[in-house]
Design a protein around this ligand. Structure first.
Ligand code: ADP
Length: 480
């Protein structure tokens, strides 16, 4: 099959969250299976010079966006059997940020959606499957069905739209979006593009794609309910027959404690000695008390409400009464950066907080911590808990979305499980389960050892999920 991914980020070029990991690791796996896989993404300034130097200029054309005529250059790079195309327009993507600040996101990603469709015939690449990810690519299935379907080149292309996070929908004024993409007045009803009086890129993807997927089976169920559905649950229920939940994998080569060059010492599940060395050096680097007997809990991720940080806020002082250390790495809301900076001052040597995008430190935390805390309010899939388990770090999570699909609570009667979990979104439930984990750390070390090894034995590769995606793609292609 010819498969085209369109996404607003992709590792190793640019990353703000799990979306980049997914696109960057799934694409090469599908290519290895013999498919012609290509990825299209914006050419941001943030893409490192080392990558920009490897790119080859392919062609350029003008993109009509309402009354605007904008340049689009296409640069190309081949890596691990995948062809990556970077859509270049300095006005839209030559900025110091990737998302958010300019107030013209509809125009930037409207440009991306339009330009990527127009580029295909020029590049002479006709995909069987166009796999669009998240709201930034949401208008692609819609434009294709509404404005391109009569063109023979596009008629056979089937689209799959994947929700990585339903909370971010790309909601804008209808007039603004019409001004850029020229979608006529007749299209703005509730069964088409209109969404509570606004334009909504995510909804466009959900209405017009041939199949919808999201990144875990539990999240696929959850988003059909009002609690998790972010006001799109009715639409998602109506498309239930075309909705799939496919669990993400992680890049098991990048995240491998046996070979990872970023961590202090390598180790394996047969010999966890190196993990203790990682903890010691991490405590040192972060200014925490160096003591192997004090359990170290890590958190790595965006500092937003989604990640359950209000629960942490609520019980932080009770939590710090325990003999425990907390290391936080993340960027996000001021509420939480303030909280953790304050807590670091209050509990010197017990809490360390770093507010940066720091891949190396993230690896060191996954390797050096004893526990990984992720009490998310909702979690489409979550990669961090899988990465943590791969490094023998025991997850403590709330049972939601992908966390529920990957972490099974330790059961002291049957002995099964690979972590610790709680169900209700309640700070004291979380505190109780943290205390339970700490009890085993202090009193029954063999249980923690078993959970570490079990976590490291888990299969987090893309092997199974890639097969599931291919099954969805084949079904669509056969339906032609
Ligand atoms: P989400 O996609 O909701 O942000 P995931 O758990 O799916 O959460 O993926 C987050 C990815 O981003 C993980 O690979 C995590 O290690 C990484 N990450 C998040 N914040 C940081 C940070 N500040 N520094 C380094 N890596 C980070």
């Amino acid at each position: 099959m010819n498969i085209l991914f369109t996404a607003s980020e992709c590792v190793p070029f640019v990353k703000t969250g799990g979306l980049a990991d997914v696109v960057g690791s799934l694409a090469p796996v599908l290519a290895k299976k013999g498919h012609d896989v290509r990825v299209m993404m914006p050419m941001y300034t943030a893409i490192g010079q080392e990558w920009q130097e490897k790119m080859q200029f392919q062609l350029h054309f003008d993109v009509q966006l309402g009354w605007r005529r904008q340049y689009c250059g296409i640069h190309m790079l081949k890596k691990d059997g995948v062809i990556y195309y970077f859509l270049d327009n300095k006005y839209y993507f030559g900025r110091s940020y990737i998302y958010g600040l300019g107030g013209d996101e509809y125009e930037r990603f409207g440009f991306f959606c339009r330009a990527m469709l127009n580029a295909l015939p020029l590049l002479e690449f006709q995909p069987d499957i166009l796999h669009a990810h998240d709201w930034q690519s949401g208008m692609i299935p819609a434009l294709m069905k509404i404005q391109y379907a009569h063109l023979p080149f596009y008629a056979g292309i089937r689209s799959v739209f994947t929700i990585h996070n339903l909370q971010y929908q790309g909601i804008f004024g209808i007039k603004e979006v019409q001004d850029v993409l020229g979608l006529g007045d007749g299209l703005w009803s509730a069964d088409k593009l209109e969404c509570f009086g606004c334009a909504n890129f995510m909804k466009a993807g959900l209405v017009y794609s041939d199949a919808i997927s999201t990144v875990s089976p539990s999240y696929a169920e959850e988003i059909t309910t009002a609690y998790y559905g972010e006001r799109l649950d009715g639409l998602i229920r109506s498309r239930r027959d075309s909705l799939y939940g496919v669990l993400n994998g992680i890049d098991v080569q990048e995240y491998d404690p046996e070979t990872d060059p970023m961590i202090y010492a390598n180790y394996s599940r047969e010999d966890l000695g190196g993990k203790a060395e990682n903890k010691r050096r991490l405590q040192q680097e972060l200014g925490l008390e160096v003591n192997e007997d004090i359990p170290l809990i890590a958190m790595v991720g965006r500092l937003t409400n989604q990640k359950g940080l209000d629960l942490v806020d609520c019980v932080l002082s009770d939590f710090m009464d325990e003999n425990v250390q907390l290391a936080v790495l993340g960027m996000g809301d001021a509420r939480y950066t303030n909280l953790f900076s304050w807590a670091e001052q209050q509990h010197r040597g017990k809490i360390a907080a770093r507010f940066a995008m720091d891949h190396e430190l993230a690896h060191k935390l996954y390797a050096g911590a004893d526990f990984f805390l992720m009490p998310s309010l909702f979690e489409p899939c979550g990669l961090s808990q899988m990465i943590a388990m791969r490094y023998g770090t025991v997850p403590i999570v709330r049972e939601t979305g992908g966390l529920r699909d990957t972490v099974l609570s330790y059961n002291e009667f049957e002995g099964n499980g690979n972590g610790f979990t709680f169900l209700n979104y309640n700070a004291h439930d979380m505190l109780a389960v943290i205390r339970r984990a700490l009890y085993y750390f202090k009193k029954e070390k063999d249980v923690i050892h078993t959970l570490r090894v079990r976590g490291m034995e888990g299969d987090y590769s893309w092997a199974h999920s890639a097969q599931e995606y291919l099954a969805i793609f084949s079904k669509l292609v056969k339906q032609e």
